[in-house]
Ligand binder design. Structure first.
Ligand code: HSE
Length: 291
């Protein structure tokens, strides 16, 4: 059995802690034989544990504490600590591992709820589970039915990821956000997000992209971590891309573009920083899959 989970990009500008899309980069976990102790074979780096302390197994045991230990093989094309949902993909894989090995028959809603409890916000885990475009909200005071989410088709377009060669921890990037906000600012920020979502649902990418660039919740506070964002915005403007936004907590920036613009935009992005990875991606429509 093999579990495959897509990368994700959260926020889409103003949809902070709420909106996300699933992307065509994947974490795969292959379940091998029974063992005495949990063991993960991987080549993701020395910092990633190979034993029971790995987030994948921690999550699976949180959901189903009496699982029999297995040998697992983990591979991933999702860059770590770049804002592309690598830890969410591990959490979602861990929930699916428990679901299958423990015959739990978890509903999609239940998976989203468990994953949000572990991750703290739903905007990466929900699209990793459901695929495509997901809008979700988390009621922090509720323990049952604490998450509501809606999946919808994201309009067809090219997605370019500019992935800097620098790590950024979500905790560090959240640490610069303000503690509070005026009522007036919050109303404006939320109205911008509402129009962004409505435009996505309508298939109006030019308007959606414009709203994605009008975020008021987080991007300006995170500016010091993402000095490349201003130059990418300029490229988007000159090449008439639909828009660009910080992927999750950054440092990756996603650019939405019409197909005929992609090649030129990718060349210009490469020229901005030769150490950055520039990837041409598409929307993953399915979310977590078991083969
Ligand atoms: N919404 C989250 C943030 C996503 O921007 O901090 C990253 O986990």
């Amino acid at each position: 059995m093999k579990i495959r989970v897509p990368a994700t990009s959260a926020n889409l500008g103003p949809g902070f802690d709420s909106c996300g899309i699933a992307l065509s980069m994947y974490l795969s976990v292959e379940i091998l034989e029974d063992t005495e102790e949990w063991e993960i074979i991987h080549s993701l780096g020395e910092d990633i544990p190979s034993d029971k302390s790995n987030l994948l197994i921690q999550t699976a045991l949180d959901v189903a504490p009496s699982l029999t230990p297995k040998k697992l093989k983990m591979t991933s094309t999702i860059p770590l600590t770049r804002g592309l949902g690598s830890s969410s993909s591990v959490i979602v894989a861990g929930i699916e591992l428990a679901n299958r090995l423990g015959n739990l028959n978890l509903s999609q809603n239940k998976k989203v709820e468990i994953a949000t409890r572990i991750e703290g916000h739903p905007d990466n885990v929900a699209p990793a589970i459901c695929g495509d475009f997901v809008v979700a909200c988390h009621f922090s005071e509720k323990t049952e039915n604490s998450v509501s989410h809606v999946k919808h088709y994201f309009p067809e377009c090219d997605i370019i990821a500019f992935i800097p060669n620098t790590e950024l921890l979500t905790s560090e990037s959240r640490g610069v956000l303000p503690e509070s906000f005026s009522y007036k600012e919050a109303v404006e920020a939320s109205a911008i997000a509402n129009v962004m979502i409505a435009a996505v649902l309508n298939g109006n990418l030019p308007l959606a992209g414009k709203m994605m660039q009008e975020d008021r919740w987080h991007e300006k506070y995170r500016g010091k971590f993402v000095p490349h964002l201003a130059a990418i915005r300029q490229v988007c403007k000159e090449e008439a891309a639909y828009g660009c936004f910080l992927s999750g907590a950054g440092p990756t920036v996603l650019i939405l573009a019409p197909e005929e613009k992609t090649e030129t935009i990718m060349k210009l992005l490469h020229a901005l920083d030769s150490r950055a990875q520039v990837e041409h991606l598409s929307i993953d429509r399915e979310g977590v899959q078991v083969f």
